[in-house]
Design a binder for this molecule. Structure first.
Ligand code: C2E
Ligand code: MG
Ligand code: MG
Ligand code: MG
Length: 280
């Protein structure tokens, strides 16, 4: 029966491999056309200030509507796009689309900010700062309304490169945030050298914040560190009122999460924004 079990396992494993392998192939094959065929879409998740619960902006999160696979999440296709080099085209599309939306909001009188995610490979692109500066100028947008989110692990993949590129972006007036902070391996010595404005606490520390004492300890000390280093703080993954109240009492500045809203297409975001009232 052990032999039989092994055989069954091998078969299940093969099938599983086949499926995910085929899926990867399908994604890789369609990826070059995702931008040109207009298959990418941005969703926007509101960002709020922790004290009052007022909306201060949004994070742009990319989605891909694949003809056969349906909506493919960025966690799945961004790593593949990095492997094929397609990421550069995707990043340019994301930046332009996010700033188009920000321009609309500003024209409507909402002085919101926009957070845009960058991948590790984007930091190797010499023209990134010029590209963004041109987009901002064309739309008449102030650079300090843009926050660029780079994951801690992307920065640590090549800290020297990251320091140079993030320094350029910051010199151009944009804000830099370290995404998924606490999940990577940056030392305090490295953090001190980085040209950054904000730490974004990873949601793994936030979702159970109200009843997990270890998470509270981590969040409290990270907020103290950020304050000491004059960095802004944002928490992602706020899923209930209790987590918000802990963040508020610990002095976190801004937040986002399903408790307030999931990421929404632009029209849904606008509807949500119109009906939203900060809880008292
Ligand atoms: P991220 O930047 O850390 O974004 C947060 C992710 O957490 C998003 O998933 C969001 O939908 C999800 N999230 C937000 N609030 C909650 C919550 O309360 N609970 C839970 N469980 N999840 C929450 P999403 O949109 O699937 O994005 C996944 C990752 O893909 C992002 O993580 C980011 O690293 C990457 N990504 C997204 N858009 C882009 C993009 O335009 N360019 C690049 N390079 N990467 C992107
Ligand atoms: Mg992010
Ligand atoms: Mg994050
Ligand atoms: Mg993340």
């Amino acid at each position: 029966t052990l032999a039989k079990q092994k055989k069954q396992f091998a078969r299940a494993y093969d099938v599983g491999m086949d499926e995910s392998y085929m899926r990867r192939l399908q994604i890789l094959k369609a990826l070059p056309e995702a931008v040109s065929q207009n298959k990418l879409q941005l969703h926007f998740q509101p960002k709020l200030d922790c004290q009052q619960g007022n909306v201060i902006g949004a994070e742009a999160l990319v989605r891909w509507r694949h003809d056969e696979l349906g909506v493919v999440r960025p966690d799945e296709f961004i790593p593949l796009a990095e492997q094929t080099g397609e990421i550069n085209r995707i990043t340019r599309w994301v930046c332009a689309a996010a700033l188009d939306q920000l321009q609309l909001w500003h024209e409507q009188g909402h002085g919101l900010m926009m957070a845009i995610n960058l991948s590790a490979l984007d930091l190797q692109w010499d023209e990134l700062g010029d590209y963004l500066t041109t987009l901002l100028r064309e739309r008449g947008l102030p650079p300090d309304k843009v926050t660029l989110e780079v994951t801690e692990s992307a920065v640590m993949a090549d800290p020297e490169q990251a320091i140079e590129r993030l320094g350029q972006l910051r010199a151009a007036g944009m804000r830099i945030s370290i995404d998924d902070y606490g999940t990577g391996y940056s030392s305090l010595a490295q953090l001190k050298r980085l040209p950054v404005d904000e730490l974004k606490l990873d949601r793994s520390f936030i979702t159970e914040l109200s009843d997990n004492m270890a998470d509270q300890t981590i969040v409290r000390s990270t907020l103290a560190l950020a304050q000491e280093m004059k960095l802004a703080t944002v928490a992602e993954g706020v899923e209930d009122d209790a987590a918000w109240q802990v963040l508020r009492s610990l002095g976190c500045q801004t937040m986002q999460g399903f408790y307030f809203s999931r990421p929404l297409a632009a029209t849904e975001f606008d509807k949500w924004l119109q009906s939203y009232k900060a809880p008292q």
